[in-house]
Structure formats: structure tokens, C-alpha cells
Design a protein around this ligand. Structure first.
Ligand SMILES: [Zn+2]
Length: 85
């Protein structure tokens, strides 16, 4: 995952709350006759070049790049309030 700002291209109100969708591969053995699962191994995360991101506001799911591109198109205004003395 890249350390870049995200902005949801769907609801366009969320820049902070996301989740990453990770695929896992989990090896298991089945009994050929009964179909019963006999052995389950620990899940292995499948490394993906581009993570899939879900917006926690509208549940939109898309490539990380879509969120980054949207943030680049509509960057957050810098509202740093400078206190004057
Ligand atoms: Zn959204």
C-alpha cells in the first residue's frame, strides 16, 4: 500500500476511513469419498501488486489507484489556522 492520500471516488466525502481487502489462500485436504474436510492449514495472504480498498462510508470497493487518483484530482485544502499574535 502506498503512503499517499486517498479520496473515495464514489461518495467523495471520505479521506480517512478505509479497509484493505486481502485475499488468502488456505490449503486443505478432502476425503475423496465422503467429501469431509480433513486438514486445514493456516491461511497465506496472497500478495497483490495493487491492493483493493474499500471505503468505510459508502462501501465502494476499488483499486487503490482509483482512490489515490481521486485524491490527486481533488486535494484536500490546507486549512491550517495560523494563530496571529
Ligand atoms: Zn465512499
Amino acid at each position: 500500500m502506498q503512503e499517499k492520500p486517498y479520496f473515495c471516488p464514489n461518495c467523495r466525502s471520505n479521506r480517512v476511513k478505509f479497509s484493505v481487502i486481502t485475499s488468502y489462500s488456505q490449503f486443505f485436504m478432502k476425503d475423496a469419498l465422503s467429501g469431509a474436510i480433513q486438514e486445514f492449514q493456516e491461511p497465506d495472504a496472497i500478495q497483490e501488486a495493487e491492493p483493493t480498498i474499500q471505503c468505510q462510508v459508502c462501501s465502494f470497493i476499488g483499486n487503490e489507484l482509483r482512490f489515490i487518483k481521486q485524491a490527486e484530482r481533488e486535494p484536500r485544502m490546507n486549512t491550517t489556522t495560523t494563530t496571529m499574535y
